[in-house]
Each structure stands twice: as C-alpha cells, then as structure tokens.
Design a protein around this ligand. Structure first.
Ligand SMILES: Nc1ncnc2c1ncn2[C@@H]1O[C@H](COP(=O)(O)OP(=O)(O)O)[C@@H](O)[C@H]1O
Ligand SMILES: [Mg+2]
Length: 234
C-alpha cells in the first residue's frame, strides 16, 4: 500500500489562557490514505475543530508529530507551513468563508491569486470556471456570495478547495448552516468527489453524514478513537 496522506503520532493540543488550561486534543493518532472519505464525529466541544485545524496546518500541536505526505510538520517554519497549506490542503468551513465583494469565480481563484506571478488572469479565470463547472455552478461565475443561496455558497467554497488539486480536503461541519435537503446535496457532491479519487475528512455530529464515509473516527473530551462509538449521542 502507498504511504498515508496523513499520519499523526500522539498529537496533543493544549490551550492556555491565563491560569486556565484546556487539553482540547490528547495524544491523537489518525492515519488517512489516499481515497479515504473519513467522518470525524463527536459532540460540540469534543475537539473536532482543534484536530482539523492541526491537520489543515492552521495551528500547531503542543506535542506529538504529524506527517503530511511524509513531511514531518513540526520541523517546518511558519512560512513553510503556510506555503504547504496553500499547495496541499483544501478547507471547507461551516460558514463558507467567502469574500463578500468578490464574484464566485474570483473567490474560487483566490488560492491561485495568492501564488504571486504564477497564474495569469486568463489562467485563473479558466481554472476557476473548470472548478465551478465541477460543482455545477458555472452559470453563476459573476455572482457575489450575497446573490447565491447557502448551498450555492458552499459549492463555491468546494470549488475553491478543489482548484489547487490538494492532497486532502478538510470540511468542518460543511452542512451545519444548511437545511437538511441542501445538506444532503452537499454530501452527495463530496461523495462524488471522493469517488473520483479525492481524499476527504468531514467533521460532523450528524450520523446521516457519517453514512457516506468509508471510515469513522469519534472524539470525546479530546480523545480520538477509530469507529463509531455509542458515546456519540444524538
Ligand atoms: N482558541 C482556543 N482557546 C482556548 N480554548 C479553546 C480554543 N479553541 C477551542 N477551545 C476549547 O477546546 C475544546 C475543543 O474545542 P473544538 O475543537 O472547537 O471542539 P468541536 O469542534 O468538537 O466543537 C473546547 O473545550 C473549547 O472550548
Ligand atoms: Mg468545531
């Protein structure tokens, strides 16, 4: 089998605020292979976003090691982390995180625009159009986020995550702000992308969402376990 896309060994994240110390993640081990669709479940406050932010290189572990495509992340400088994140990580958030004054295609092209000088305007437009057509939104290229429905906004965010051809797409409760039918549409889209070979981790506390996954991890009080355990209440 090829080497994992993601592997962690006992990663821990401790938040300290004055005299208050929260161990949000305790010695977590997770392995993700190319082509996986993983559901990460657990109650609110159990540490799911903490783990996803570490895997997405938005934050650093307090201890432990994380290998992203065999690179030991703890050895990287801040600018190297940001560069690696931009190339290899696609992020999808609950609140979409689109820039309100940019059109759909400009939002999608942003990860390319951040790579100074590498992509000409025409290239950016062309690739954004391809990514938007993959999420069936090429007819909304010029619309601003305000002019789109919630489900359409999340599809723009998915197109933005796709445009760099990342090693892994990390989605933090991507259906959390959507009605249930629209949420199902978004999960079907993520499942399609997975069937095309994309590696995806989805954070959710919805067991319906978890049905789409080929593997499930569960989190409770900062402790990560593989499998769907009965402590994940609904
Ligand atoms: N930046 C932070 N500073 C301090 N505590 C935090 C921070 N982010 C999260 N926490 C705490 O860590 C725990 C896990 O939070 P989080 O990872 O956001 O959980 P989830 O995504 O599962 O709801 C919670 O107790 C939360 O209050
Ligand atoms: Mg969260």
């Amino acid at each position: 089998m090829s080497s994992p896309v993601i592997r962690t060994e006992k990663i821990t994240r401790i938040y300290s605020m004055g005299s208050t110390v929260v161990t949000a993640l305790r010695e977590a081990n997770i392995t993700v292979h190319a082509g996986d669709l993983i559901a990460l479940m657990g109650a609110s406050g159990s540490g799911k976003s903490t783990l996803l932010n570490l895997l997405g290189l938005l934050d650093r572990a307090t201890s432990g090691e994380y290998w992203l495509e065999e690179t030991p992340v703890s050895t990287l400088r801040r600018d190297e982390l940001a560069e690696l994140r931009g190339r290899r990580i696609g992020f999808i958030f609950q609140n979409f995180n689109l820039l309100p004054r940019l059109s759909a295609w400009e939002n999608v092209a942003l990860p390319l625009a951040y790579r100074r000088g590498q992509y000409r305007h025409q290239d950016q437009l062309h690739r954004a159009q391809e990514a938007l057509s993959r999420v069936r939104l090429d007819h909304r290229m010029g619309h601003q986020p305000m002019e789109l429905s919630g489900g359409e906004r999340q599809r723009v965010a998915i197109a933005r995550a796709l445009i760099t051809q990342p090693a892994v797409i990390l989605a933090d409760e991507p259906t959390g702000n959507l009605d249930s039918n629209t949420g199902v549409e978004i999960m079907h889209l993520l499942k399609e992308l997975n069937e095309e070979g994309r590696t995806i981790i989805v954070v959710t506390h919805d067991s319906n969402v978890a049905r789409y996954a080929n593997r499930i991890y569960s989190m409770r009080d900062g402790i990560l376990k593989e499998g769907q355990t009965d402590h994940v209440a609904h």
